[in-house]
Ligand binder design. Structure first.
Ligand code: WQD
Length: 338
């Protein structure tokens, strides 16, 4: 298939691009490099031994996006481009709505303009909000508790309404749990700008000596050891979930929301222990109060992905940490080392 990938130079985008190329598809990457690097694409090129098209542009510029699509004529779009920091979304909500909602509308219009009827959307388990029950299945009520989560939820609804305008349209929204890890080669990985918000990139920077200690946000939750429990999923499992979704939308129409997780939760302290083992480096800890808006527990029910996509996660927490450590130790400053 001819597949356009928005945000294809980013963390999840670049790993998915590599798998999409490996599966024999033709790709066009659309990225404005707001939180990504051209170096990631150069490395995907050398890892895949394949070429693909690249257009440096922002998806909110609808006329220019439409023109790009008229030329490339995508048969499907995988939509990653967007802003993703929960804390920042509370400070600049309008920017989040512009990029994540306006961007999605602009993209759907550009797709309509060239007759493209298939989309896979990068959504998030954040759409569920506080758990009524666990594990989160796709039927769980959606009531996000922050602006970022609401932008993902509204974008899902917009895409759902879009599919209803034509029985030939097909959309899969993938609700990611906590993506971590890096490609086995150590050549591509997560390269957060500034101080990492997320647990595993922060631990990796402590291990490599860029930060002195990990702040553990809360150790009085009702969990196995008092620290927050999450469903971490290896980035290569996440990428292969997208390849499976591409196969699915080629054969099915309508709208589906599907969780991508492992179904298993690990506490902060368990992740720290796995990372210490993988890296051989001690991770000094500093206990701090709970972080605003954090849940005690979050993990996925993964049956729907298995049933519809024939997909399930392969990698465990040890491989996630080993692969992050390979990437971090080969690229202590991420893509800026190049
Ligand atoms: C995991 C656990 C923290 C950092 C967020 C977004 C979600 C998705 C993934 C998408 C929690 C604890 C963390 C630290 C810590 N983003 N922690 N010290 O909050 O589950 O999910 O990222 O694009 O939408 O909400 O992930 O990695 O931030 O936190 O103790 O320095 O680690 O309290 O229990 P989270 P996280």
């Amino acid at each position: 298939m001819r597949i356009a990938i928005t945000g294809g130079a980013g963390y999840i985008g670049s790993h998915t691009l590599l798998d999409i190329l490996g599966d024999g598809h033709e790709a066009l990457v659309i990225d404005n490099y707001a939180n990504s690097s051209p170096e990631a694409l150069a490395r995907v090129k050398s890892l895949s031994n394949r070429t693909f098209e690249m257009s440096e542009q922002t998806i909110t510029d609808q006329p220019s996006l439409s023109e790009t699509f008229q030329q490339f004529k995508p048969e499907a779009v995988i939509h990653f481009a967007g802003l993703k920091a929960v804390g920042e979304s509370e400070d600049i909500p309008l920017t989040y709505y512009e990029e994540n909602i306006q961007g999605t509308i602009s993209l759907l219009r550009a797709m309509d303009g060239c007759g493209c009827k298939n989309i896979i959307f990068s959504s998030s388990a954040t759409v569920y909000g506080l758990p009524d029950y666990l594990p989160f299945d796709e039927a769980h009520p959606t009531a996000p508790i922050n602006t970022y989560g609401r932008t993902k939820y509204f974008a899902e609804e917009i895409i759902h309404d879009w599919t209803k305008t034509d029985p030939a349209k097909s959309a899969v929204v993938l609700r990611y749990f906590n993506p971590v890890g890096a490609h086995k080669s150590g050549m591509i990985g997560e390269d957060p700008a500034g101080i990492p918000n997320n647990l595993v990139p922060f631990i990796a920077q402590v291990a490599i000596g860029r930060r002195d200690a990990l702040s553990v946000f809360g150790n009085d939750y009702e969990t196995k050891d008092g620290t927050g429990v999450r469903d971490y999923i290896h980035i290569n499992d996440l990428a292969s979930g997208h390849v499976a979704a591409v196969d699915y939308i080629a054969e099915h129409t309508g709208f589906e929301a599907i969780n991508l997780g492992t179904g298993r939760g690990y506490s902060v302290l368990e992740v720290v222990a796995a990372f210490e083992k993988a890296s051989g480096k001690p991770i000094p800890l500093r206990y701090e109060p709970r972080r605003k808006g954090d849940l005690a527990n979050s993990y996925a029910e993964c049956d729907k992905a298995k049933r519809l996509l024939g997909w399930h996660a392969q990698f465990g927490i040890n491989e996630m940490c080993e692969d992050v450590w390979r990437w971090q130790s080969q690229n202590p400053h991420g893509y800026r080392d190049n």
